[in-house]
Design a protein around this ligand. Structure first.
Ligand SMILES: [Zn+2]
Length: 366
C-alpha cells in the first residue's frame, strides 16, 4: 500500500536522575501506577522513585516480574493492575520486563509507561512486544494498538548498568539503518503496514552516525559509570532512534537471523549481540561495497560486538547451520530485501560473515 506511516511514543524524557522527579512526569497517567520490575532491578530504582513521588500524590504499586514475557505473565500483571485500581502499567528494567508491561497495558487498556534501566534493546519505544514460551523461546511478535504513552530514561541508572548491555544495545541499534535501507530499496512494509517516512529514514541514518561517532566513547564512559555527552547521545540512539527507526522503517535479515538463531536453543548471546552478527550476514548477502563492510567490522571490533559464531557461543554442525538458515529464512522480515532470499543465501552469508570475522582477528594477532 502506498501509505507512509511513522509511529513513536507520545512522550520521551531522558536525563540524569529523572527518576528523582518521577512524580511530575508520571502524574498525568494516573493516581496509582503499577510498576513491574524484576528482583534485581527493583532495589536499583525503588529509592529514587519513592523520593520522586513522595510529594506528588502519585502512588506506585510495585510488582515483581516473573522473568519471562509470556501470555500467563501478561494476564497476571493485568489482574494485579485491576485489583489495585491502577491507571497505568510501567515496565521498569530490560527488554522482557518492558515487553510484558507493554503487552499488559495494551490488553488491559491501561496507559503504558516504560522506564528502561539499560540501553540494551530497542524495546522501550516500540509498539511491539515479543512473546516467549516459558523456556524463553521466541514465539511471536505481539503488535500493540499504540506505542507507549511515556518513556522515561534515567541516564545515571543506565550508566551504572553492566557495560555488556550498552554494547548489546549498540549492536541492536546499529542494525536499524541497514535494515531501513534494505526495506526502502525493497519497497517493503514497515511494522505499521506502511512505508517509512522521510523523517523515519533520517532517524535511522542519525542513529548510525551517532553510534559511529560516539559509540566507543560511550562504552568507555559506561565502564566508569559516567554520564558524558557521548553516552547520552548513544542512549538516545539505542533507545529512541533505534526504537522508532526499526518500527517505522522495517526490519530485514539482521533481525531475521536473530529470530532464526533463537530456535536453535544454543549459544550464549544477548539480543543485540546476535543482531550485530545478523547485520554482517545481511551486508554480505547484499554484497555492499568493501569499504562499508570494513567500516562495520572495524566498528564492531572496537566496541566489542561479536563478529563470529564462536563469539556468540555457537559451534554448529552442518545440520545445525542448515537448520539456523532455514529458520531464519522462515521469518518474514528476512525477505525485506531488494533481492530474493532463501536458506542457501543465508547459510553461505552466515559462513562468510563468520570466516571474515575470524580471519580478521587471526590477522590482528599475527
Ligand atoms: Zn532488536
Amino acid at each position: 500500500m502506498n501509505v507512509n506511516i511513522l509511529g513513536s511514543p507520545s512522550k520521551y524524557i531522558q536525563g540524569r536522575d529523572v527518576l528523582e522527579r518521577a512524580g511530575t512526569y508520571l502524574a498525568p497517567y494516573g493516581e496509582r501506577i503499577l510498576l513491574l520490575a524484576d528482583r534485581d532491578v527493583l532495589p536499583l530504582v525503588k529509592d529514587k522513585l519513592q523520593k520522586g513521588t513522595v510529594d506528588t500524590g502519585t502512588e506506585l504499586c510495585f510488582a515483581i516480574f516473573s522473568g519471562e514475557s509470556t501470555e500467563e505473565e501478561v494476564e497476571r500483571v493485568i489482574k494485579l493492575a485491576e485489583e489495585k485500581n491502577c491507571g497505568a502499567i510501567a515496565g521498569c528494567g530490560g527488554g522482557k520486563t518492558i515487553d510484558a508491561a507493554k503487552a499488559a497495558g495494551c490488553k488491559g487498556n491501561f496507559k503504558t509507561i516504560v522506564i528502561p534501566t539499560a540501553a540494551s534493546t530497542d524495546a522501550p519505544c516500540s509498539s511491539l512486544a515479543v512473546m516467549y514460551s516459558g523456556e524463553g523461546e521466541w514465539l511471536y511478535d505481539f503488535f500493540l494498538k499504540q506505542n507507549p504513552d511515556l518513556v522515561l530514561a534515567d541516564t545515571q541508572i543506565i550508566a551504572s548498568a553492566p557495560v555488556r548491555l550498552l554494547v548489546s544495545g549498540i549492536g541492536d541499534a546499529f542494525a536499524t539503518f541497514y535494515e531501513a535501507r534494505a526495506c526502502r530499496n525493497a519497497y517493503a512494509d514497515n511494522m505499521f503496514q506502511g512505508k517509512g517516512t522521510n523523517a523515519s529514514f533520517a532517524l535511522a541514518a542519525l542513529c548510525r552516525d551517532i553510534l559511529l561517532e560516539d559509540g566507543y566513547r560511550a562504552k568507555q564512559a559506561a565502564e566508569n559509570n559516567c554520564v558524558t555527552k557521548a553516552l547520552e547521545n548513544v542512549i538516545e540512539a539505542n533507545i529512541y532512534l533505534s526504537g522508532v527507526g526499526f518500527e517505522s522503517n522495517g526490519c530485514a535479515i539482521a533481525h531475521g537471523i536473530y529470530n532464526g538463531f533463537t530456535r536453535l536453543k544454543k549459544g550464549s548471546y544477548l539480543h543485540g549481540e546476535c543482531v550485530a552478527f545478523g547485520t554482517l550476514v545481511q551486508l554480505i548477502a547484499e554484497n555492499v561495497p568493501a569499504a562499508e563492510l570494513e567500516q562495520v567490522y572495524t566498528f564492531f571490533e572496537r566496541v566489542g560486538l561479536p563478529t563470529s559464531l564462536a563469539e556468540l557461543g555457537l559451534s554448529l554442525t552442518e545440520e545445525e547451520l542448515a537448520a539456523a538458515a532455514q529458520a531464519s529464512s522462515d521469518i518474514g522480515i528476512s525477505h525485506n530485501m531488494p533481492f530474493d532470499v532463501d536458506q542457501d543465501i543465508l547459510r553461505d552469508a552466515i559462513l562468510a560473515a563468520d570466516f571474515i570475522g575470524r580471519s580478521r582477528k587471526e590477522e590482528e594477532k599475527s
